[in-house]
Design a protein around this ligand. Structure first.
Ligand code: ADP
Ligand code: MG
Length: 665
């Protein structure tokens, strides 16, 4: 591994791209006006409202890349996800968020359609990409691919690959292990085609959960995570493990929840419905304003689980999706603004090398141990088999050479007696020998059975560890070919674009040259008027944007004040209950002994430690390589027992970061 890769972390901004979906049938039938125009050369999006008087200037926003409604799924993959997955394969963490109003193409972009390979989204394409990388790797490299799939709705986390889609899982955090989801199912993948099964299970569970709770999936966040572990012999002769983790996040619809939807529920529940999304916004604001000392990651499940993705150790891209129709103008502008702010988030990334929680290392150790055990067992079986065959040979070999020296009569009698005696002894002996033999055979059977079990266990484990060069793509091979083709085409297009841009620049320079060489004053005057007009247009556009933002802030402020008023009412109720049931002196006592734990985000009663159930583990030293957010369970039944202690060792603590990364309030 080159040292440069393991050296100082790289700092880079979150990459933000925008995708505009085509007009849908209904919009077309309604004769909707297309208010969004995409300038892919300058990477800007302009939004113009139709039929307003006085006419408004277009709002213009710039991004890292913009994609119009003709952009194919393959092009999106090649230009947005491909670079992130490449980094994940090198051992970095990566995150791809889809953000936008419901119906603008988040799920289409992330999962896509199953009906044709070219319509598939980022999740299946990244699978084909990862397994094609494994197929091309050398056979001394080993890989392990593990996925989890969860959903957050109403601040409850549900396992989409588990047995019970209704069960709400706990997000836990401990100083020694960081943030993890307790009992989340981790599925070790053997080949690319298994993805279909995983997605089918996940989507069915998502559907069951949504129907049971009578909600639309547009209100929940889905996180599909793929962990790729890789081990390779280094120049020092030792095996080195790297671990990249990719989060593919299909966020809840970004549209404002209308207030009517919240009526009837108590404030606590109503605010919870999209708490994760609004906290995500607050986290982004706090990260980019440069003045905040507190980033409110802890205020929602989504931001807790994806803390590294924003402002942490992850290569992150946000894909903002918008619709083209004028009827969605307000939401489109709101999405574009949100995405625009996210561009300013800085992440610090490093390769996760030699992670303490690598499954690969663990499985390899188990495999080696099983192999040793198998060998010992084989020897035992061989010995037992030899013993049994010897026993079988010696069964009928009784002789009596003494008889030969006696006279014939006596000999006859003696012989008869002897024969009878001998027959008796021999019967007894044979009986005993049969018994021993049976026991030995049973023992051999037992050992052989044990051997079979060991072999099976070994096979199960070995099938999880993928060896470089193995082709595990099968059906997904078509997907891989499409991706490679798209990548090739992109190269060509990029070259073309470069040429076009050069032409454009040349023409612009010529035009400026011409403008400068005006012969008559009149022409100069006209040109200046044109320039002035352009400047005025830009000024108006900026002014309009400013006014919009002020109105928006005003609305937000009103929303916050509403929230404060409602909270005050709840507080008064709580006070009322308190005063009615808890004597004043006890209240004072409690207040004296509680303190606010910033790290856990909860009130704690002091001195509880003396009761023996709150022995906080000591903080371990800073281990930057082992961040892993979601705990995982292996599907191997033989390992599941170990899972509890194992999952708890999987991720290094958030709290184990240097104090500068966790500013106190
Ligand atoms: P969201 O997940 O944001 O609510 P969906 O992904 O479900 O939106 O998209 C809504 C509809 O629009 C779906 O029928 C989807 O197939 C279609 N759609 C979205 N984006 C595109 C696109 N870029 N090209 C073609 N159809 C699209
Ligand atoms: Mg969706």
């Amino acid at each position: 591994m080159p040292d440069a890769e393991l050296g100082a972390p790289t700092v880079e901004n979150v990459r933000v791209v925008v995708r505009v979906r085509p007009m849908d049938q209904k919009e077309k039938l309604d004769g909707a006006y297309n208010c969004v125009s995409v300038d892919s050369v300058n990477s800007t999006i302009a939004v113009t409202r139709n039929n307003v008087s006085p006419p408004e200037p277009p709002r213009i926003y710039a991004y890292d890349a913009v994609f119009d409604s003709n952009t194919s799924q393959m092009d999106i993959y090649v230009q947005t996800a491909n670079p992130i997955v490449e980094q994940v394969l090198k051992g970095y963490n990566g995150t791809i968020f889809a953000y936008g109003q419901t119906g603008t193409g988040k799920t289409y972009t992330m999962a896509g359609s199953n009906s044709a390979p070219e319509l598939r989204g980022i999740i299946p394409n990244s699978f084909a990409h990862i397994f094609s990388h494994i197929a091309k790797a050398k056979d001394d490299e080993k890989f392990l691919v593990c996925v989890t799939y969860l959903e957050i709705y109403n601040e409850e986390v549900r396992d989409l690959l588990g047995n019970n889609p209704h069960q709400s899982l706990e997000v836990k955090e401990r100083p020694d292990i960081g943030v993890f989801v307790k009992d989340l199912t981790g599925y070790v993948v053997h080949n690319a085609d298994e993805l279909e099964k995983i997605m089918a299970v996940g989507n069915k569970n998502r559907h069951i959960g949504a129907t049971a709770m009578n909600i639309e999936s547009s209100r929940s966040h889905a996180i599909f995570s793929i962990t790729v572990e890789n081990s390779k012999r280094g120049s020092d002769g030792k095996m080195h493990v790297k671990m990249g983790k990719l989060h593919l996040v299909d966020l809840a619809g970004s549209e404002r929840q209308s207030k009517t939807q919240a009526t009837g529920t108590r404030l606590k529940e109503a605010t919870k419905i999209n708490q994760s999304l609004s906290v995500l916004g607050n986290v982004i604001s706090a990260l980019v304003d440069g003045k905040s000392t507190h980033i409110p990651y802890r205020n929602s499940k989504l931001t807790r689980l994806l803390q590294d993705s924003l402002g942490g150790n992850s290569k992150t891209v946000m894909i903002a999706t918008v619709g083209p129709a004028d009827s969605n103008y307000v939401e489109t502008i709101s999405t574009l603004r949100y995405a625009n702010r996210a561009k300013n988030i800085e992440n610090k990334t490093h390769i996760n090398s030699e992670p303490g929680d690598a499954l690969l290392t663990r499985f390899q150790q188990e495999i080696d141990q099983l192999k040793k055990q198998l060998e010992e067992n084989s020897n035992e079986i061989e010995e037992e088999e030899v013993e049994i065959s010897e026993e079988e040979l010696s069964e009928d070999t009784l002789t009596d050479p003494e008889l030969d020296v006696l006279d014939p009569e006596e000999k006859k009698i003696r012989r008869k007696m002897r024969r009878e005696e001998k027959e008796k002894i021999s019967r007894e002996k044979a009986h005993l020998a049969r018994k021993v033999l049976e026991e030995k055979k049973a023992e051999l059977q037992r050992t052989k059975k044990q051997q079979e079990e060991l072999k099976e266990k070994l096979q199960r484990l070995e099938s999880k560890v993928l060896v470089g060069g193995e082709n595990l793509l099968d059906k997904a091979d078509a997907q891989r070919r499409l991706l490679e083709q798209a990548a090739g085409e992109l190269e060509l297009r990029k070259l073309n674009e470069l040429r076009l841009q050069e032409d454009l620049q040349k023409k612009e320079a010529e035009r400026l040259d011409l403008e400068e060489r005006y012969s008559s004053l009149q022409e100069e005057n006209a040109a200046k008027t044109r320039k002035l007009k352009r400047a005025v247009q830009l000024l108006n556009s900026a002014k309009a944007e400013l006014a919009d933002q002020q109105r928006e802030q005003q609305r937000e402020m009103e929303g916050i004040l509403d929230g404060v008023r409602a909270l005050r009412r709840e507080l008064q109720l709580a006070d009322l209950v308190l005063d009615a049931y808890i004597p004043k002196e006890y209240q004072a006592l409690i207040e004296q002994y509680v303190h606010w734990n910033e790290q856990l985000g909860e009130w704690q009663v002091k001195c509880v430690a003396y009761t023996g159930n709150n022995m906080a583990p000591r903080l371990p030293p800073h281990r930057p390589h082992t961040h892993r957010h979601l705990s995982q369970q292996t599907e191997a039944p033989d390992l599941s027992e170990r899972y509890l202690s194992y999952s708890s060792a999987r991720s290094a603590s958030r709290l184990a970061r240097p104090p500068s990364a966790r500013p106190a309030r």
